[in-house]
Design a protein around this ligand. Structure first.
Ligand code: PFF
Ligand code: NA
Length: 453
């Protein structure tokens, strides 16, 4: 089936995979989505369930996905098919790979719109378009930025082009090279912003909001949201991590790299929360504002800071880069599948995917202006993409993966790939057989209302 004659690419540097996977994980999910979801779902209780899901579900699923990728050395579809064949099981399991690939593509279709917000705010910062605006002005500016489809479409198209340009260059020259300098800078920026938050007067309130657990404040919907977000933030069940794992050299430790990525991602999300909520409370804004939250609150903070414009520019540069390093990972599964199975060059595969992506993301973008009335069951197309992927496709895809690994396939496969001592291997098996699936199922059943009396 494979038409390319060269051996499959591998990460060049020792840190190649960790940087690329962290680049994939750390993105808009941490800085844009995590704060506004925490706000919408009531704070500490949401954070607690989210952290539990990262540990009990996210980490085991990530190890399993990387192992699938490295063992199968291919796109999610090909890798799962090969690994399943090794155990003599039905090729039908590769449907999981198809769903993951589709999921990554669907996420990317709304992700480029949000990344477009980031790029447009970077431009506003540079051109002085936010100077002197108060709380109400910030809300109006956000609305106005969305109202014109040509404006919004321009920015999401720019993101699409940048994504395809990087992916088209290849695993080492495109992806690995770009992540190796974009990642470190982001951490520095966040630390500076937290330092600002500490002095803004709202830090204590923000800390309590994030970390005080009030059991009554979390709905079933909030729990499902927290589970979905654990998948989203770690880039799971969407083809990204599995495909990056397919480029992982044989000697690298899957367990160690998984923990590095998960810890880094979690820290960035919590840091983002500690940077953003103080500003929100100090300015009397509503933490449940929704998707526009950081675009309205952070520019306010920057104005009050000495050298605020400079910090603002740096922040939106970093946010845009974080978004890009995630965007490239979402389409890599599709591109590598096209290259391996359709006899096209990487460049052609990237631009072909880019055209399709542009069409779908344009539809998503129109949810904010021309298509403001186009809703189905109360959701816009943009919201549907987000809702279907995070709440349903990712948890179900992850459930399929752990059940497949835990119960269906030969145990040698994962014992070899994970390189664990018998005791740790037993723990991994216990997690993928019981803890992760039950965690997912309990939240599902609860959300479906079956368990409610
Ligand atoms: N993990 C990314 C974030 O938190 O922004 C989003 C993401 C990337 C989801 C790649 C899925 C994916 F395949
Ligand atoms: Na993330």
């Amino acid at each position: 089936m494979t038409t390319s004659q060269q051996p499959r690419a591998q990460w060049l540097g020792r840190w190649g995979f960790v940087l690329a996977a962290t680049g994939s994980a750390v993105g808009l999910g941490n800085i844009w989505k995590f704060p506004y979801m925490t706000g919408e779902h009531g704070g500490g209780a949401f954070v607690l369930v989210y952290l539990a899901c990262i540990l009990a579900v996210g980490v085991p699923v990530m190890m399993t996905e990387i192992a699938f990728g490295r063992r199968g050395r291919g796109s999610p579809i090909d890798a799962v098919r090969r690994v399943v064949a090794e155990s003599g099981r039905s090729p039908g399991w590769s449907l999981l790979g198809w769903m993951a690939m589709l999921c990554g593509f669907m996420i990317l279709s709304f992700y480029v719109v949000v990344a477009g917000w980031s790029f447009s705010y970077l431009w506003k910062m540079i051109s002085g378009g936010l100077a002197g605006s108060g709380v109400d002005d910030m809300v109006a500016i956000f609305v106005a930025n969305n109202e014109n489809p040509l404006n919004l479409g321009f920015w999401s198209t720019l993101v699409t082009l940048a994504t395809m340009l990087i992916v088209g260059k290849g695993v080492q020259a495109g992806i690995e090279k770009s992540v190796s300098w974009m990642m470190p800078g982001m951490v520095v920026m966040l630390l500076i912003l937290i330092a600002y938050g500490v002095f803004s007067g709202g830090f204590g309130e923000a800390w309590r909001f994030l970390f005080s657990f009030d059991a009554g404040s979390l709905s079933s919907d909030g729990m499902l949201a927290a589970l979905g977000h654990a998948f989203f933030t770690l880039s799971l069940a969407s083809g990204a991590i599995l495909t990056y794992g397919s480029y992982l050299p044989a000697r690298a430790s899957i367990v160690r790299t998984t923990f590095s990525v998960a810890v880094a991602d979690t820290l960035v999300a919590l840091m983002a929360g500690l940077a953003i909520f103080p500003v929100i409370f100090a300015n009397g804004m509503d933490p449940g504002e929704g998707p526009g939250l950081i675009f309205m609150s952070l520019p306010l903070a920057f104005q009050a800071m000495p050298l605020g414009t400079l910090f603002g520019i740096l922040f939106f540069v970093m946010l845009s880069m974080a978004a890009l390093t995630s965007a490239i990972s979402m389409v890599e599964a599709t591109v590598s599948w096209l290259v391996d199975n359709k006899g096209v060059t990487r460049r052609t595969a990237a631009w072909g995917s880019g055209i399709l992506l542009w069409l779908i993301s344009t539809l998503a973008m129109l949810s904010f202006n021309l298509g403001a009335d186009w809703t189905f069951a109360g959701r816009h197309f943009f919201d549907w993409l987000d809702y279907l992927t995070s709440r349903w496709m990712m948890p179900l895809g992850g459930l399929g993966m752990v059940l497949l690994a835990g119960f269906v396939l030969k145990s040698e496969t994962f014992r070899d790939e994970l390189g664990l001592s018998p005791r740790w291997y037993a723990l991994w098996l216990f997690m993928v057989r019981y803890v992760s699936p039950l965690g997912i199922l309990v939240i599902f059943v609860d959300a479906l209302g079956i368990a409610r009396v």
